[in-house]
Design a protein around this ligand. Structure first.
Ligand code: ZN
Length: 274
């Protein structure tokens, strides 16, 4: 079976320290946590940035630069920047895409809108057209985030029009309050909808995280993990670092007999330049 790609989503933009005391806020903390994950076996880091004081999500290219540059200098990790914008603030579309100018290897491409966190995570067709166009021009691979099956329909229609290219990389984000449920049946259904030769990865929110990871391990998919999606290492016990999650999956996967992809091996699998 193909080696396992671990994608560490170290902070996200929603969980604050009142419920997540160990979550990284500042660029330095995000870099530190990303490097720990990379050392533990993560091939990809999925990066959001936050206001260093308040911890609220930001989309400021300068904050992204303060994360990307040290990661480029100190690691060979695949850098994946979010384009999700800021919850509750309707940012101009172009501002959501400014981080692409830092030339990350990948960027999130949320293939549709959905109710999330008490509001609407807005990804209308004109934003998707703009995002796909810029990613193609800047050679940034879209991480096609799928919260529900209709987002696959959208991505496939865009592929037909030449806006998205093979091999497509799908990130299933399961178990959000208004999205597809995080069950084996749900995951199986989604994997049946994507084209052959695509690469898929899955994350489950909260307590669904480990069950979805085990499904991916057995089915030949890949795994996203980290405090963006799940704060608890086990029932009632907060994870103190993101690397703890990586270390656990590395242990289980190696015991299972599936090796862990290095960043370069992951680049090959994903069709990224080495
Ligand atoms: Zn994210």
């Amino acid at each position: 079976m193909e080696k396992l790609i671990i994608n560490a989503a170290v902070t996200g933009s929603r969980n604050l320290r009142d419920i997540a005391p160990y979550i990284p806020y500042t660029p330095e903390e995000i870099v530190q946590s990303s490097i720990e994950c990379w050392k533990a076996g993560a091939a990809i880091v999925h990066i959001h940035v936050r206001d260093p004081e308040t911890g609220l999500g930001e989309q400021d290219p300068e904050l992204f630069r303060q994360v990307v540059e040290p990661l480029r200098e100190q690691t060979d990790v695949i850098v994946n920047l979010t384009t999700s914008g800021i919850a509750g603030r309707n940012l101009p579309m172009a501002d959501r895409l400014k981080s692409l100018e830092l030339k990350p290897d990948m960027a999130s491409f949320d293939a549709g809108s959905i109710n999330l966190g008490g509001g609407v995570f807005i990804n209308p067709p004109d934003f998707l057209d703009l995002a796909a166009g810029q990613m193609k021009r800047l050679k940034v691979k879209p991480e096609i985030e799928v919260f529900d099956s209709g987002m696959i329909t959208t991505a496939l229609a865009m592929k037909k029009k030449g806006q998205l290219e093979d091999p497509m990389y799908f990130q299933f984000v399961l178990g959000t309050p208004s999205g597809a449920v995080a069950t084996p049946q749900s995951l199986l259904h989604l994997t049946e909808l994507i084209p052959e030769g695509s690469i898929w990865s899955v994350t489950g929110m909260g307590k669904a995280h480990l069950p979805m990871s085990m499904m991916a391990l057995a089915m030949g998919g890949h795994i996203r993990l980290g405090m963006e999606d799940n704060l608890y290492y086990e029932r009632g016990v907060l994870a103190k670092t993101n690397a703890q999650f990586v270390e656990r999956i590395v242990r289980i996967s190696e015991e299972y007999g599936r090796g862990i992809a290095s960043p370069d091996e992951a680049r090959k699998i994903l069709g990224l330049p080495i």
